[in-house]
Design a protein around this ligand. Structure first.
Ligand code: NDP
Length: 250
């Protein structure tokens, strides 16, 4: 029980990496609020989560972020951990092929949401005397990748926002770290494979990009988030941790 009674918000918790993390956190004693825009996915997710709540909301909107934090604190009485995980990706877009709306949507979802959610959460996180924020970047936040201009820029911003926040809040014992996953088998990656028509072949090509010659399961990412949220990582703050099957080692 690494997170006994720790109250946690997981954005993008209704599927994928966020949902896998919610399950593992609950197994480890946490009390969890998951969020997302899709109410049906939220309700379906709750069926596999013991004693969690779903708060529908769009994390690009400040009013929603404040409501998510307030409803969580009202339900559970405190807030210890914020996992800023919601994200979107637009593929096959170099700078010329990216519209201004796509650029803004990518940054609003992947970066501004972290600013808005963290700003709303910090007054509560500060009260606990020992709390953690974990942000989801990507290996593409550490290295470039063709066709992902807005996404790569946004995930790079997540890495440096994490560092800046870690320094701002270290003296309050609020640790801020980010994870930089390689490819993970979620809806996001299945959508990418579909773009290439032959899903089986795309899956093989995707696996081969990683030195371990496979992509990750969401559970494997969740275990790193658990480590960063728990006292086991008590001296780690401001870190951007690759969890990418070796892809950024080369
Ligand atoms: P999914 O597409 O499965 O999940 C994305 C989640 O983000 C959903 O829960 C979605 O919920 C939520 N979300 C998106 N936009 C918003 C919004 N405006 N407001 C609230 N919630 C939103 O993807 P993953 O689980 O794979 O991705 C999770 C994170 O991991 C993302 O930040 C992604 O960039 C990152 N990542 C993923 C990798 C992968 O290979 N899968 C690799 C590296 C990083 P809803 O649609 O209901 O709003």
């Amino acid at each position: 029980m690494k997170l006994r009674d720790k109250v946690t918000i997981i954005t993008g918790g209704n599927r994928g990496i966020g949902l896998a993390t919610a399950k593992l956190f609950i197994e480890n004693g946490a009390r969890v609020a998951i969020t997302g825009r899709d109410e049906n996915a939220g309700r379906a997710a709750l069926e596999s989560l013991h004693d969690a709540i779903f708060i529908q909301g769009d994390v690009t909107q400040n009013a929603d972020c404040e409501r998510i934090v307030n409803e969580t604190v009202r339900a559970f009485g405190r807030l210890d951990i914020l996992f800023n995980n919601a994200g979107i990706i637009l593929r096959n877009r170099n700078v010329e092929a990216t519209t201004e709306e796509e650029w803004d949507a990518t940054f609003d979802t992947n970066v501004k949401s972290i600013f808005l959610m963290s700003r709303a959460a910090l007054p509560h996180l500060r009260k606990t005397g020992e709390s953690a924020i974990i942000n989801t970047s990507s290996y593409v936040g550490l290295v470039g990748f063709p066709g992902l201009a807005a996404y790569a820029a946004s995930k790079g911003a997540v890495v440096n926002l994490t560092r800046a926040m870690a320094l701002d809040h270290a003296r309050e014992n609020i640790r801020v770290n980010c994870i930089c996953p390689g490819s993970v088998e979620t809806d996001m990656i299945h959508a990418a494979w579909k773009l290439y028509g032959n899903t089986a072949e795309a899956a093989r090509v995707w696996a081969a990009k990683h030195p371990l010659n496979r992509i990750a399961a969401p559970d494997e990412i969740a275990r790193l988030v658990l480590f960063l949220a728990s006292a086991e990582s008590s001296f780690i703050t401001g870190a951007a941790i690759p969890i990418d099957g070796g892809i950024t080692a080369g």
